[in-house]
Design a protein around this ligand. Structure first.
Ligand code: COA
Length: 188
């Protein structure tokens, strides 16, 4: 990696408005189809994270980002505590150069620090191999229901088959319950 990155793990209440604006600016570039969500200081599209991993460039721009929030979801009727993980992004000009690897290694360390049983995320089909390569496991045949991102309509349920991935942290992969996943809210 040729560029110096200053990594920071930061709690949501410690972020300033300029921090939020810098994160939103990068998210808009990394997710061009959804850049209309990441306007001004709006640096999340669904659930607001409680903690973030942020990689800062020397010029004060954000080069890498992950958001995490602990939440209970219901899986096959059982409550499961997860570190819901989302808004995973590397600045487009650095993608493919190892920054995403570093970001996910740091994400795992945060999840370990939170002592959650599992990390949890919903991945688009084209991103599953990246997360699988970094140690996450797709739950076989899982169907998950969540509340749509606010910008897509408050109160609307969405159901996705496939792409639900877990990272065993304090619990074992084989102890993940069988059955339908209900997030009972939005995703980070
Ligand atoms: C997805 C994303 C975060 C990955 O970051 P990145 O910096 O491009 O990833 P890296 O170059 O560090 O790759 C990390 C490792 O994953 C591997 N990898 C990356 N994409 C892969 C894929 N599609 N299939 C298999 N392995 C993959 C790399 O080969 C690398 O492996 P290695 O370190 O063992 O050589 C980044 O491309 C991005 O921000 N994309 C746009 C936003 C996005 O889609 N976010 C995810 C939303 S679910």
């Amino acid at each position: 990696m040729s560029e110096d990155i200053r990594w920071e793990v930061v709690e949501e209440s410690a972020l300033t408005l300029p921090d939020h604006e810098a994160i939103a600016a990068m998210l808009g570039q990394a997710f061009p189809s959804w850049s209309h969500w990441y306007v001004g200081g709006r640096d999340y599209a669904g659930m607001q994270p409680e903690r973030r991993v942020v990689g800062w460039g020397a010029d004060g721009t954000v080069l890498a980002h992950v958001g995490i929030r602990r939440m209970f979801i219901t899986v096959g009727g059982q409550d499961v505590l997860v570190g819901d993980t989302g808004i995973v992004a590397v600045s487009p000009r650095l993608q493919g150069s190892g920054v995403g690897r570093e970001l996910l290694v740091r994400t795992r360390a945060v999840l370990e620090g939170l002592r959650v049983p599992y990390g949890f995320l919903g991945a688009g089909e084209d991103r599953i191999p990246f997360y699988a390569h970094m140690g996450w496991h797709e739950v076989d045949g899982a169907v998950g229901t969540f509340s749509a991102f606010t910008a897509d309509g408050v109160g609307v349920n969405e159901t996705e088959q496939g792409g639900w991935m877990v990272l065993p942290v304090e619990a074992q992969l084989e102890d993940w319950p069988t059955g339908e996943i209900m997030l009972n809210g939005q995703q980070v």
